[in-house]
Ligand binder design. Sequence first.
Ligand SMILES: Nc1ncnc2c1ncn2[C@@H]1O[C@H](COP(=O)(O)OP(=O)(O)O)[C@@H](O)[C@H]1O
Ligand SMILES: CC(=O)OP(=O)(O)O
Ligand SMILES: [Mg+2]
Length: 398
Amino acid sequence: MNIFVVNSGSSSIKYQLFRWPAEQPVCSGLAERIGQENAVITHKTLINGQERTMQQTLVLPDHEAGLREVVALLTSSIVGAIRDPAEIDVVGHRVVHGGEQFTTTTEIDELVKATIRELFALAPLHNPANYLGIEVAERLFPQARQVAVFDTAFHQTLPAYAFRYALPTRFYAEHRLRVYGFHGTSHQYVAAQAAQHLGNPAARLITIHLGNGCSMAAVRDGRSVDTSMGFSPLAGLVMGTRSGDLDPAVVLYLQSQLGYTAAGVNTLLNKQSGMLGLTGFSDMRDIGKAQAQDDPEAGLAYDLYAYRIRKYIGAYAAVLNGLDALVFTAGVGENDALVRSRACQNLDFFGIELDENKNQLRTPGLRDISRPESRVRILVIPTNEELEIARQCAQLLQ
Ligand SMILES: Nc1ncnc2c1ncn2[C@@H]1O[C@H](COP(=O)(O)OP(=O)(O)O)[C@@H](O)[C@H]1O
Ligand SMILES: CC(=O)OP(=O)(O)O
Ligand SMILES: [Mg+2]
């Protein structure tokens, strides 16, 4: 069975092609800067067990053009893995918001598509792009089964006292204003890896996904019991361009005193805040360089970023009434030793003790960076949302 996984972002498409049940993709890649003059596709192929990478710069006016180009690569006799798009049996899509309607992986039909469209209002930055990916894939792979895997689904196990806001009940009853939580596919994937590594399916875990968007989850028995993103992916941690937690009165002040419109506040908090607002850079590699040169703004931004994580660790240790492991994952969590070091600072009270030498090592795969005497394991686990999506597609359809 060939499973093609598509993760459509606002200006990018990430993809992996699996020849199931092999979990190593035969092709994978990323099309970036779609809609701009100089889009780039980076495409990897596994040839005789060796990974070969090629990159091309081209014009991709929209997602349809992007996916068409990806299909051309997949079917290429040199860097491809199939001869005909009809060889794709299943297309698995990352869909960020599934609302309360989707608590699990779902095969896509017209009704499912209509519901995803209704959810545009709840995730305006993400769901329209995901939806577009579905429509384009239906045209390019008309004979394949299309499956949606929702970021929110893993967090549908939160108890009401964790997911409700203290607003008048009608706002939940009529408008579904509540905590949904996101990055669920990633939290679920690394939590399962951690539980397996610990040999304890009931492990109490805090999973820390630090990418462009950042979120944490408290996980017990493989189920999410709380998470730091909320009604939208804006809540919680400090992120690349998003503010994370904020007194809602700040929004009122921006509007009543500083002349911001609702759209202006949206842009400010989602696209101009976070690390970008604090330092002028959203990429942690740039901020890392600046902080290594003693840039005070970068130093403060690191402290703020890590301090927010530490506060959530404390909160979730209370939620879980104890802790077996912390798990760092995604671009920053897997690569930035300074973030991990500061996030774990002064937590020995909880039995969290980082081994600074192990923290600096860059070995691939799962690694334990805690001191032997640490009561809580500190793990770095590379996430793989595409593999988790493929697994869930296979489980649904087999
Ligand atoms: N070597 C590295 N050191 C520090 N940060 C890194 C490194 N590599 C990637 N990152 C960070 O990871 C972020 C992207 O993470 P990723 O999980 O790919 O996010 P997303 O899926 O949201 O695009 C980048 O913005 C960058 O800040
Ligand atoms: C939901 C979310 O924030 O996703 P991303 O980190 O990919 O923007
Ligand atoms: Mg991501």
